[in-house]
Design a binder for this molecule. Structure first.
Ligand SMILES: Cc1cc2nc3c(=O)[nH]c(=O)nc-3n(C[C@H](O)[C@H](O)[C@H](O)COP(=O)(O)O)c2cc1C
Length: 249
């Protein structure tokens, strides 16, 4: 029987965990070697899972498949942002054609509730300030957001689907798996970006992969080698444990 003990010291593990940061600019023409991706997926599956059910599937998009998905996302984003920011005619065009409107996970496009809004606004403001995008510059912000739909140049994009039958627990299991995946990628010198931005048009991914109706799209995840761009040095603020610890009554 294995001992289930690790020789790593706790301080090194803490340092490693703190050193993972989201990557938003990838080296386009440096693919992820298949054997490294295989190892990362194997590491991902060492996470815990409810009754060991592993209620998730991963679509791995590279090459032409990835490009087709990206092109369609970009077209839809163009239609959606023009409709949202344009005049009345542009809004009417978006609503009547429906092209660009979310086809899945509509809830993800809802505004943040008051309790969580300040955190989301803070990271947005700090990230855009790192990028030199002014607060009110909607066009520049939209252009930066559009990079999501090019997967920030990543050579590989993963789409994570979760089984509907287990409700939120499928998402919890997938989240645990994804953190392992991201940390393993990080250990291999790769960067990752979870991409909630991609969940609103799941039909685009379903057109390319054999995804059962029992599964819904949870998130996209870009993976590849990071460039030296300043955006990759951005350090999102960390809250303290007190902020998430409930007070005793
Ligand atoms: C489920 C999920 C969805 C995310 N979606 C996006 C996204 O669509 N675009 C993006 O640039 N970052 C996205 N992120 C990255 C977060 O903004 C980032 O994790 C957070 O700001 C903390 O920064 P860090 O990952 O560098 O620690 C997402 C993260 C998670 C966990």
């Amino acid at each position: 029987m294995p001992s289930h003990k690790s020789n790593l010291d706790a301080a090194s593990v803490s340092e490693f965990l703190a050193s993972r940061r989201t990557t938003r600019d990838f080296i386009k023409d440096k693919p992820v070697p298949q054997e490294i991706l295989d190892q990362i997926l194997t590491d991902a599956l060492t996470s815990p899972s409810w009754s060991n059910t592993r209620p998730f599937k991963i679509a791995i998009a590279t090459g032409d498949t990835k490009d087709r998905i990206s092109n369609e996302f970009l077209k839809r984003w163009d239609a959606l942002s023009k409709g949202r920011n344009g005049n009345l005619l542009a809004k009417i065009k978006l609503i009547t054609s429906r092209y660009g409107l979310p086809t899945s996970n509509r809830l993800s496009a809802k505004p943040y509730v008051a309790e969580l809004k300040p955190r989301a606004h803070r990271v947005g403001a700090e990230l855009y300030s790192t990028l030199g995008v002014a607060r009110g510059d909607r066009k520049a912000r939209d252009a930066q957001w559009a990079k999501n739909y090019e997967f920030f140049g990543a050579p590989t994009e993963l789409f994570i689907f979760i089984h509907k039958s287990l409700g939120i627990w499928s998402a919890s299991d997938a989240g645990l798996m994804l953190e392992n995946l991201m940390l393993s990628a990080h250990a291999h010198g790769l960067g990752t970006c979870a991409q909630g931005a991609l969940v609103i048009w799941d039909d685009v991914v379903r057109k390319e992969f054999d995804v059962s109706k029992d599964y819904r799209l949870l998130t996209g995840l870009a993976i590849g080698y990071p460039t030296d761009a300043p955006v990759n040095s951005f350090g999102a603020h960390r809250i303290s444990p007190e902020e998430i610890t409930l007070k005793k009554l």
